[in-house]
Design a protein around this ligand. Structure first.
Ligand code: NAD
Length: 470
């Protein structure tokens, strides 16, 4: 009998069974009440989120350690500082971001009022990933709140401790009439995506990004997709290789490589490869000692599945540095692979772990061709002191962002953050975070006075040659 029902009726029954319609109905009612549009209310909610971070600092550090064995310093820099700075930026600049824009009117509208209004979308869904389980969820949530929306937050089920922390703590600080946490994994997210939202912001894999995009398409819901991919790192012989190695290995081994913008692989000549490996050997020893597994400053792979996938990459090419792993601890040593072929498994998918393959090229043109033959990356790293070569690479390739002579730090410097092509669509952070969750509504208010009407005469019938040339 269920099969005989129309699709529309089945959807309604699904909705009633999953219980989310009640939550969404409540959020829609709150949005319609206009409460979340009030600028004072928005600031209060953002300040409450800031207080949540201040008053639960140790709980946050502990939850991150429990999920990812995240070292304290990395928890502070990558999660607490990132979130705090984002919140302060939104709070301090909210009036400016939310102010209507007065565009150039032109002669035709000289007697009229022409404005671009900043309108929140409505009820927004934000789906987070496990690798930076707090900021990847709560930074976009802060943008959505700042823009005046109601929000459904869906933390990743994989980072269990952080998800529980959000589910329990968020409602104690923020208004539950406007913001609701829905916990769960694939089943719950699949149900949630059957409902209509006014905006969806998703962070995670390309594969699931396609599922989210397809679900959004049903209602033509605007969507930001923060995805991943392989971020290349080009090095030439004009840079200090010790400094380059430090900056690359820091970006690669923080959170043991489980970072969407970690340098995925190196592109360089055979000569640079040798020197880079020697420098890397020294840097790893200096940072983590003789036995990396004993270092308190080195994290662990989050899941058994990701651990097993990463270990298979050890069979690609030659292990030039590192190579140790321990399943009982989900430990993988910082590893550099050489002699990898272009279609080895390690070069076919995003690595998302502390394994760094080196691809050899003859010259800069080879490097550009290599990058352009693959999906557009989330980040492109260029280590060079040669400005002509720097510009040539930037101009001849496409990437979500470019960072010259460093890795990962472009994430925190007032730039739009997001991908392009297979690495995603849309961007956020700071003003771009506010703008992402804002519809810019054009508004023309015509003058009804005599002169304005006289000017309008030309458009009314009867159409004469005289009027056409007016
Ligand atoms: P994931 O896609 O497996 O999970 C992300 C979210 O999607 C989770 O909340 C999960 O519950 C949900 N989900 C999983 N399967 C689903 C399904 N079948 N249907 C509906 N929802 C589903 O991603 P992940 O493993 O958590 O993250 C790793 C990937 O995310 C990497 O590719 C990484 O590069 C990318 N990433 C991108 C950014 C960015 O800012 N661009 C940041 C972090 C991670």
């Amino acid at each position: 009998p269920f099969d005989l029902l129309s699709n529309q009726t089945k959807n309604l029954i699904d909705f009633e069974m999953d219980g989310y319609e009640n939550i969404l109905g409540q959020l829609r009612a709150t949005f319609r009440s206009g409460k979340t549009k009030d600028l004072k209310y928005r600031k209060k909610q953002l300040e409450a989120l800031l207080r949540l971070y201040e008053e639960n600092r140790e709980e946050i550090i502990n939850a991150l350690a429990a999920d990812l064995r995240r070292p304290r310093q990395e928890a502070i820099v990558f999660e607490i500082d990132v979130m705090t700075n984002e919140l302060l930026g939104l709070i301090n600049n909210l009036d400016e971001y939310a102010a209507p824009i007065k565009p150039d009117k032109g002669v035709a509208n000289m007697f009229d009022k022409v404005t671009i209004l900043k309108e929140p979308f409505g009820v927004v869904l934000v789906i987070g990933a496990w690798n930076y389980p707090l900021q990847l969820l709560l930074v976009p949530v802060a943008g959505a709140i700042a823009a005046g929306n109601c929000v459904v937050l869906k933390p990743s089920e994989i980072s269990v401790h952080c998800s529980r922390f959000i589910a329990e703590t968020f409602p104690k600080y923020l208004d539950s009439d406007a913001y609701q946490v829905i916990s769960g994994g694939i089943e719950e997210t699949t149900s949630l995506l059957k409902h209509q939202f006014d905006y969806i912001f998703y962070t995670g894999s390309n594969r699931v990004g396609q599922i989210v995009h397809a679900a959004a398409n049903k209602y033509l819901t605007p969507t930001t997709l923060e995805l991943g991919g392989k971020s290349p790192c080009y090095i030439d012989d004009t840079v200090d290789l010790n400094r380059a190695a430090k900056r690359i290995l820091w970006g690669k081994n923080s959170n043991v490589g489980q970072t969407c913008i970690a340098p995925d692989y190196i592109i360089c000549t055979k000569e640079i490869e040798k020197k880079f490996i020697e420098e890397s050997r020294n840097v790893i020893k200096e940072w983590y000692g003789d036995d990396v597994q004993q270092s308190p400053d080195y994290g662990r792979i989050a899941t058994d599945g990701n651990f097993k996938r990463l270990v298979t990459f050890m069979n690609c090419g030659t292990i030039a540095l590192g190579g140790k792993f321990d399943a009982s601890d989900r430990f993988i040593e910082p590893t550099i692979l050489t002699d990898v072929s272009h279609d080895d498994p390690v070069m076919r998918e995003e690595i998302f772990g502390p394994i760094l393959p080196i691809v050899n090229i003859h010259d800069i043109h080879d490097a550009i061709d290599f990058i352009n033959a693959r999906d557009k990356p989330l980040s492109l790293y260029i280590f060079t002191s040669n400005n002509k070569d720097r510009d040539l690479i930037i101009d001849s390739t496409s990437a979500g962002a470019v960072c010259v002579n460093d890795t990962v730090v472009h994430f925190v410097c007032n730039l739009p953050f997001g991908g392009v092509g297979a690495s995603g669509m849309g961007a956020y952070h700071g003003k771009y975070n506010f703008d992402t969750f804002t519809h810019e509504k054009g508004c023309l208010e015509k003058s009804m006075d005599y002169v304005s009407e006289k000017l309008s005469d030309a458009r009314y019938p009867p159409y004469t040659d005289n009027k056409a040339s007016y």
